[in-house]
Design a protein. Structure first.
Length: 350
C-alpha cells in the first residue's frame, strides 16, 4: 500500500495534541511531510517536536513544494475556505476541524472546487465518532427504543477554555461562541433528525464580560418529526457532553465524554420495578466502564478526532466515501446559520 503524504496547516494545541499523534500512529499508511503556520517559529518548533521533515510559513509554498495527498486544516474557521480551496486547486484531499466554514456560501465554494478537481472534503465531526454515540445511533436506527420522538443535549465548556480569554478568535465568529459550538449541536442533532427547519435561541449573561454579551444558551431545534433541545453552558469549570434520546418504548442516556450509555425503560413506579431498573443500570454502566478501561490501556478503542482521521485516511486509500462527507459538513453549517440568524434577530448582531 502506497503511503499518503500529509501536510498540516495550523500548529495550535489541537494539532499537537490530536492530529499529529493520530498520523504518527498510522505511520504504515501515511508520511507526515510538513507543517505550516503564519507563526514560523511555532511551525519550526512543532516540526522539531514531532520529528516532521519540513516547516513552512506560507501554505501555498507548502502545496507547491510538497507532493501532498492530504491537507489537514487546523486554522480558525474564518479562513478555512481560502486555505482549503488553494489546497484543492493543488489536487489535495482536505480534512479540517469543524466547522467546515463560517458560511454556507463558503462551504459551497469548497465543494464546487473539490468536485472539479475530483478530491474529497471531510470535516471532523468528532462527537459522532465516540463509541456511545455510534451505539446509540445504531439502536435508534434499528428501532430499539421505538419511534424516535426527540432529544436533549448538554454541552458544558469551562470558562477558562473560552470565555475568560478576551482576545480569543472564538469571539469573532458569527454569533460569537455559538459559531464555535454550534456545529457540534448541528451534526449531533442531524444524526437523528432528518432535517432542521427552524431554530430558536434563548441567551443570558452571568459572567458579565464585555467581550461576550451572553454565556449561557438554550436552543430549540425543530425537525420535521422530532425536536432537539440544547443547553450550551460556558460559565462552568468542567467539561460535559451528555445526551438523552427519547423513544416511544425506551430512552437512552449518554455520557459522550466518558463513553457510557444507559438504556432506560421503566414502565412502572412500584418499588420492585424501580429496583430492577437500578440493577440493570448498574450492570450496563459496569460493562461500559470495564470495556472503556481495557480500550484505553490497549489503545484498541479509537474515538472522536482520532477515529475520523483514521477513517478518512482509509477512505482515500480505498477510494470510498469519507467518514463525514462535504454535504454533511455543509448541512451542519446550515444549522449554525439558522441559530445565529435567530440569535441576532432577538439580541442584536454581534
Amino acid at each position: 500500500m502506497k503511503k499518503l503524504n500529509v501536510g498540516i496547516v495550523g500548529c495550535g494545541m489541537i494539532t499537537k495534541e490530536r492530529h499529529i499523534p493520530a498520523y504518527k500512529r498510522m505511520k504504515d499508511k501515511v508520511d507526515l511531510k510538513a507543517v505550516c503556520d503564519l507563526n514560523y517559529d511555532l511551525a519550526k518548533e512543532t516540526a522539531k517536536e514531532g520529528n516532521i521533515p519540513k516547516a513552512y510559513k506560507d501554505s501555498s509554498e507548502m502545496y507547491e513544494k510538497e507532493d501532498l495527498d492530504i491537507v489537514d486544516i487546523c486554522v480558525p474557521p474564518q479562513v478555512h475556505a481560502p486555505v482549503a480551496i488553494d489546497a484543492i486547486e493543488h489536487g489535495c484531499n482536505i480534512i479540517m476541524e469543524k466547522p467546515m466554514a463560517t458560511t454556507v456560501k463558503d462551504c459551497k465554494k469548497m465543494l464546487t472546487a473539490a468536485k472539479k478537481k475530483g478530491v474529497e472534503v471531510c470535516t471532523i465531526h468528532n462527537v459522532r465518532y465516540h463509541p456511545a454515540f455510534i451505539k446509540a445511533k445504531e439502536m435508534v436506527d434499528n428501532g430499539k427504543i421505538g419511534e424516535f420522538i426527540g432529544m436533549r443535549i448538554l454541552l458544558s465548556t469551562p470558562k477558562h477554555h473560552m470565555m475568560d480569554m478576551k482576545d480569543h478568535w472564538y469571539h469573532d465568529l458569527p454569533g460569537g461562541v455559538l459559531g464555535e459550538t454550534g456545529p457540534h449541536i448541528g451534526y449531533m442533532s442531524l444524526a437523528f433528525l432528518d432535517e432542521i427547519v427552524d431554530a430558536e435561541v434563548f441567551a443570558k449573561n452571568f459572567l458579565g464580560y464585555e467581550w461576550a454579551p451572553h454565556d449561557e444558551f438554550r436552543i430549540e431545534l425543530e425537525g420535521k418529526d422530532a425536536m432537539s433541545s440544547v443547553t450550551l453552558s460556558y460559565t462552568t469549570e468542567y467539561w460535559a457532553a451528555k445526551m438523552e434520546l427519547l423513544g416511544t418504548k425506551k430512552a437512552l442516556f449518554l455520557d459522550v465524554e466518558k463513553m457510557l450509555i444507559n438504556e432506560h425503560g421503566l414502565d412502572d413506579l412500584d418499588y420492585k420495578s424501580i429496583g430492577k431498573s437500578a440493577v440493570s443500570d448498574l450492570s450496563q454502566l459496569s460493562k461500559d466502564i470495564i470495556s472503556n478501561t481495557v480500550g484505553a490501556i490497549t489503545g484498541s478503542k479509537k474515538a472522536g478526532t482520532d477515529k475520523v482521521i483514521e477513517d478518512f485516511v482509509q477512505s482515500i486509500h480505498e477510494g470510498t466515501k469519507p467518514p463525514v462527507t462535504g454535504k454533511e459538513g455543509l448541512e451542519a453549517v446550515e444549522v449554525v446559520e439558522k441559530i445565529v440568524d435567530n440569535y441576532n434577530e432577538k439580541y442584536g448582531e454581534r
